[in-house]
Write a protein that binds this ligand. Structure first.
Ligand code: HEC
Length: 115
């Protein structure tokens, strides 16, 4: 009986190790909080107001209701996929962000505005 248990334990440990070792496998398209933290925070700041660097690049303040009102989701989508007139703006594809994450990211940006 003991032997069987040992045999079983190995694949379980291996699987668990793979699970922990390769978060890329398990990160799904909805994991936008992580994407924001890893990719967007640099310019937009953890609070959505814009980091020091971001302010120099003229990022909008996502917490400003006036700003939120001034942009439709379609406007944002266009900026994020095609870039803007601002040369400091980097398109999502150039940031290595999947297009599938576009809508959830916009939702996240809207949440900074209190929605
Ligand atoms: C290198 C700095 C930088 C990074 C990184 C960055 N942004 Fe931006 N972002 C900007 C700048 C600059 C603007 C303002 C562009 C403009 O006014 O034309 C902007 C504007 C935006 C806007 C508003 C677009 C609009 O039409 O109003 C959204 C939404 C946005 N960023 C989302 C993101 C998301 C999501 C990420 C991460 C995947 C991200 N940004 C990463 C610099 C950055």
């Amino acid at each position: 009986m003991k032997k069987i248990l040992t045999y079983c334990a190995i694949p379980i440990v291996t699987m668990f190790g793979a699970y922990l070792g390769y978060p890329g496998f398990t990160a799904h398209a909805g994991d936008v909080k992580k994407i924001y933290k890893d990719t967007c925070e640099l310019c937009h700041g953890a609070d959505g107001k814009g980091s020091e660097a971001g302010k120099q690049f003229q990022v909008p303040d996502f917490t400003n209701p006036e700003y939120q009102k001034s942009r439709t989701d379609a406007d944002m989508k266009k900026s994020m996929t095609e870039g803007t007139k601002n040369p400091n703006y980097v398109k999502l594809s150039d940031l290595g962000v999947d297009a599938a994450d576009l809508e959830p990211l916009i939702k996240l940006v809207r949440e900074f505005g209190g929605k």
